[in-house]
Design a protein around this ligand. Structure first.
Ligand code: TMP
Length: 301
């Protein structure tokens, strides 16, 4: 049995909020009982694996390399920031439904991708841009990923961000282990290394599920096909559905899978906590570390 989520443990972990501790304990004990060979980790990248602030400075998303980099023409940087300031408040507005938000979010992607393509960043210049960006992983993400790699637990990074940046950033920070698969929006390049377009299937914040074609393929692959339990990490409403429709992941009432959802809530806490407590089993309030997730997996392994 795990001490995670017990009364004594909660006292020592002030960033943790839980609506139904009994339910969380039952889920964790289920994960432990079935062990490391039956579980998979499914995680968002931006503001989930990546931090939202670092040494007092805000950290943006995988798009930030175009928003903040001083090597990028100022007019493009301004445009990218204007887009974020216009659309991000819509994304996190708890008073709008996903259906109401979706057309705005699609428009955001369209305008943002246009800018990224117009910038014409050569494939060889991307690593240096990612290096310059403040795209830091939450503390102890690398040790968590190493533990999972050692135990052969697959990790799906399911990101509606910029896939190329996500991949390079994980690699540069030592978290791109063999057990990691990234599903995201990737640039396609011509033979000279200039970007020409984005991959055809747009992954946005509200189509993260097994219905997304590449996710369907992943969930059916041998790597995860017998892993019916999942730990899911996210920072938004859309992240909660990342395992939905995976044939082997069937929580009650349709099956006996355990899906433990952990949500990172770093800002606008008062406005959003209620929604998060409803969507996620365990909510971490402004916790810039992976410590709770690591403790959980140490128990499971
Ligand atoms: P995700 O965190 O669910 O993978 O979604 C990606 C995040 O990136 C989401 O919060 C929207 C944000 N985003 C930007 O910051 N800039 C952009 O240009 C676009 C299109 C999205």
């Amino acid at each position: 049995r795990s001490v995670v989520a017990s009364a004594a443990w909660l006292k020592e972990h002030p960033t943790v909020r839980i609506r139904d501790t009994q339910n969380v304990q039952t889920k964790i004990n289920g994960l432990i009982r079935e062990g490391p060979s039956r579980v998979q980790l499914i995680t968002d990248f931006d503001r989930t694996l990546s931090r939202t602030h670092y040494h007092g400075k805000p950290v943006s998303t995988s798009y930030c390399i175009f928003e903040d980099d001083h090597h990028v023409k100022e007019e493009y940087r301004d445009l990218a920031v204007q887009l974020r300031n216009k659309y991000y408040p819509i994304e996190i507005n708890p008073n709008l439904s996903n259906e109401q938000k979706l057309p705005h979010m699609i428009q955001w992607y369209k305008e943002s991708f246009d800018i990224v393509l117009k910038l014409k960043v050569h494939i060889d210049d991307l690593p240096a841009m990612v290096q310059r960006a403040d795209l830091h992983l939450r503390e102890h993400t690398v040790s968590l990923f190493s533990l999972l790699a050692k135990k052969g637990i697959p990790i799906l990074v399911f990101s509606a961000g910029l896939g190329d940046v996500v991949r390079i950033s994980l690699d540069q920070q030592g978290a791109l282990c063999d057990n990691v698969t990234i599903l995201s929006n990737f640039l396609e390049y011509d033979q000279q290394g200039w970007p020409v377009k984005f991959s055809d299937t747009l992954l946005h914040m509200y189509n993260k599920s097994a219905l997304f074609p590449h996710a369907g393929e992943y969930y059916r692959s041998e790597k995860v096909s017998n892993r019916k339990n999942a730990v899911l990490l996210g920072d938004s409403i859309g992240d909660c559905s990342m395992a939905d429709g995976a044939p082997q992941v069937k929580p009650p009432p349709d099956g006996d899978s355990v899906v433990l959802k952990i949500g990172f809530l770093d800002h606008d806490v008062e406005k959003r906590l209620e929604t998060f407590l409803f969507l996620y089993d365990l909510v971490l309030v402004d916790d810039q570390t992976m410590d709770v997730v690591s403790e959980l997996f140490e128990d499971v392994c």
